[in-house]
Structure formats: C-alpha cells, structure tokens
Design a protein around this ligand. Sequence first.
Ligand code: MRU
Length: 356
Amino acid sequence: MSDIQIPKNSLNLPETIWWENGELFLLDQTQLPLAIIGERQETLEQVSDSIKALKVRGAPAIGVAGAYGLLVGLKNDQDLSLGKFMSQVEAKAAWLGEARPTAVNLKWGLKRMVAFAKEQSATTSQELYGLMLEEAIRIHKEDRELCRMIGVHGAELIQPGQGILTHCNAGSLATSEYGTATSPMYVAHKNQVPFRVYADETRPLLQGARLTSWELQQAGIDVTLITDNMAAHLMSQGLIDIVIVGTDRTAANGDVANKIGTLGVAILAKHFGIPFYVALPYSTIDFDMPHGSGIPIEERDPIEVTHFGERRTAPEGIQVRSPAFDVTPNELVAGLITERGIIRPPFKENLLSEYA
Ligand code: MRU
C-alpha cells in the first residue's frame, strides 16, 4: 500500500497530476479501477517511463506531465551557470518529448516551457527554475479551464434522454479535471439533463472499461460498458444519438488522430446518420500538420495484443500489429468542440479564423 495521499478535484475524482512540496506525483492509471495509487516521480527517466507505460495518459494530461516532468529533470541542475542550465532545459525537453509520438500536447507543453525559459531575464538558474515552475502551474491551471469551457459549449449538444457513445478515455483522468469528451457530459449532468453514456471498452488496453466507465460511475452518470464490437449493433437499435470522442492531435484540416478504433466508430456513425463530434483544447491542434496522414502513429508492444492482462490469448510467435491510434478524416466529423465553441466545417478555414 502506498502512503501517498491523493488529492481530489472539483468533480470529487482523484487528481491525475499534482505538484507538492517541490515534487511531482502522478495517479498510476494502470492500477485503476482496482486500486487508487499515487506515485512520486523522482527522475526525468521515471517520468518518461510513466508516460510510456500509460501511468499518466491522455493528450492534455501528458502535456501537463511533460511540463512538470522537465522540472523534475532539472532539479539537480540549479547550481549550473545560466548558459549550461539553458542547454539542459533544451536537451531534456527534447528527450522527454520523445516518450510518446502521437499526442502533440507533450511536445506542445515542453516547447512552451523552453520558449518561456528563453524569454526570462533571470540572474540565476535557481531563479529561472522558480519561474519555470510558475509556468508549469499556469499550464496545469489553464488545462482545467480549457476543459471546463469545452463542457460549457458542448453541453448544448446533449438533449434529454439521449444515448452518447464514447471511445477510450478522454475524461477527467486524461486531463486536469473535466476531460474533453466527458466535459459536456459533466456539465449536462450538473444541469440535471438526463442521458446515458455507452463506453466502448477500447481494446487492447481497456481505457474505456478501466477508466471511462469508472470515472463516470464515480460521478453518478448513467454509464453502460460495451465491448468495441457492440457499437454497430447498439447504433442499429437506435440507442446512440451522438458520438463524442477526444483527440491526440488535430491536423490543420480537421483530421483527428485518436485511440485505435475511433475511425471505425466514425464510419459506423456516418452509416447510421449519427453526428460524430470531437472535443479538444487548442493545445491539441497542430497547425504545422496540414493533413492527418502525416501524424505519427505510435506502435506499441505486441504483448498488449497477445495478452489480456497477464494471460496470453494468442499463440506464441504470432505476427502482431499494435498501432495505438488511427486517423479519422475530417469529412466524418460533425464538429470540433473547443474551449471557444463548436467549430463546424470547413475546418481548415474555420480553425484558422478562430485561432489565427
Ligand atoms: O493511449 P492513451 O490512453 O493516452 O490514449 C488516449 C486517447 O486516445 C484520448 O482519447 C485522447 O488522448 C484525448 S484525451 C482528452
């Protein structure tokens, strides 16, 4: 049993990331829903391993974890000259940014930290470290507010009695508080709108079963877990009125990379005439990526496919593919629910005019 006390957020859910007395802590999401365990992060390598192992996961959350994680890595560099300290800032940010390739938020958070450090006129490395910590805290706070606003705008899409399908976990656990796809659900629930969520279990790592169904259940939202291959049947039965998912990276044309299986859900939604929405904060938009086809897709360890938990479910030596994400083309997307409002097609023009 860990003796680390886990703070709760305003939804009464465990914080995913917190900084306390100069140290970084993460909720170990690989243990959920069986155990709620926090883990102290003591080195840059540990933070990188935690991101790779999905102890902290979800695009906005790894953006915040990256910003704080850099400070973990710089803790012992504060006695260096400013010039040498800045070289460490750049080298360590570049290294940590490689932990996972698809979600742009990790690199976004680290880039923001490096740019901020370069702009400061601190006289010592220690002073600069303190200023960078303030910036990481701002990134964290900002993520809470961005996600809350996604909910304020997205809640208008949820009508009484509707069935909502979601895939993976784009929830509180994937962000600093409200989540992205779940934020409209939390806001609608607060507004006492009745609705039912169907959570895809999300093979192979079961973020839907282990995380989304858990956090929505904790929050008192009506949630039903289904396996991924049940979605089409439920749609055919008229049980799904709207799909809301998150994204790890949104290209400039509105193509979205999200958890593997999202593309299939979008195609099904199109077939059944169900609107497919994607919720995201601006930190997930990559304006340097013109089309989704250029988004790097993480390929994970085959063991995640050949095993179900600890148990092998496939023959020894079998060939395996394990892409962790897929790209949904913008023509399947009804709207992007952002902190600024719901952006509709044509996405390229409307994203630019909103964020230029
Ligand atoms: O591999 P994961 O669990 O990090 O994948 C997470 C997702 O695909 C989420 O849907 C995405 O990051 C959006 S989180 C608000």
